[in-house]
Design a protein around this ligand. Structure first.
Ligand code: DGL
Length: 274
């Protein structure tokens, strides 16, 4: 078995929704998770700036000898997947792609909703999946920046989350979409509220499980032949204590203080441990 760890990152805690699936599907793998909470949200930023962050995080993972990097962030994937694949050709990347294909296949009414950040909704990756998979289907896109801020603050089910969801999802309800694609990993933690607002007839498409499967395919078939339970370590460029509280709430497994590490960005755009 190749014992090198899997690197997983997001601008914040959204990617934990993907990490949870990786832990479930690939339990013997060691994982390293990086949350760039010092820079969250990525959604309203310039593509060029996001690329620099992703290159810095990739460098950090390479120093830790990872075997694959999962970009558990639609925004970072939209802005930089092609860029980092060119820049670091020796390491495989798994990126997030808005799950328009299954939604377009399963819609009965011919209308699907996609909720995303600004960078994702304006990116080429999104335009290309709509082009390839959604011909003849109405695609209603809604940018939902406040969801990211709310989830980062640990608000998953508050009155404010409900009100925000009602506002954002109004146009999708009017268009009578019957599929709701989560094109931002933070939004997975809001599924109960999103389902309540949209109604039970709307199917929510969360790409986390498919991304974990794709990661498994890339690292090969030998992965689960050992009894070893993989270790998880977590790094944040934000507040370590806040991240610990959220990770404890959101992961399906215990998270100890000594698994949490503080990272800082240096001026040369490199990440270092404090
Ligand atoms: N989790 C991110 C995504 O999937 C983050 C959004 C943000 O940082 O704005 O797009």
């Amino acid at each position: 078995m190749d014992t090198r760890p899997i690197g997983v990152f997001d601008s914040g805690i959204g990617g934990l929704s993907v990490l949870k699936e990786i832990r479930r599907q690939l339990p013997s793998e060691d994982v390293i998770y990086v949350a760039d909470q010092g820079h969250v949200p990525y959604g309203p930023r310039a593509v060029e700036e996001i690329r620099q962050f992703v290159a810095g995080i990739t460098q950090f993972f390479l120093e830790r000898n990872v075997k694959v990097i999962v970009i558990a962030c639609n925004t970072a994937s939209a802005a930089s997947l092609r860029y980092v694949r060119d820049l670091f050709p020796a390491i495989p990347f798994v990126g997030m792609e808005p799950a328009v294909k299954p939604a377009a296949e399963n819609t009965r009414r011919g209308a699907i909703g996609v909720i995303a950040t600004q960078v994702t909704s304006q990116g080429e990756l999104f335009a290309s999946v709509v082009d390839r998979y959604a011909s003849g289907v109405e695609v209603v896109t809604q940018v939902c920046p406040d969801f990211v801020t709310l989830v980062e603050a640990g608000e998953l089910d508050s009155e404010r989350v409900h009100r925000t969801a009602e506002t954002y999802l109004g146009p999708l309800q009017e268009a009578e979409v019957d599929q709701l694609v989560l094109a931002c990993t933070h939004f997975s933690f809001l599924i109960p509220v999103l389902q309540e607002v949209m109604g039970s007839q709307v199917e929510i498409v969360d790409p986390g499980p498919a991304v974990a499967r794709q990661t498994g395919r890339i690292i090969g078939e030998l992965r689960n032949l050992s009894d070893h339970r993989g270790e998880a370590s977590y790094f944040t460029t934000g507040d370590r204590g806040h991240f610990l509280l959220l990770a404890r709430r959101l992961m399906d497994e215990p998270v100890e203080r000594d698994q949490m590490h503080q990272l800082i960005w240096h001026e040369d755009r490199k990440l270092n441990l404090t």
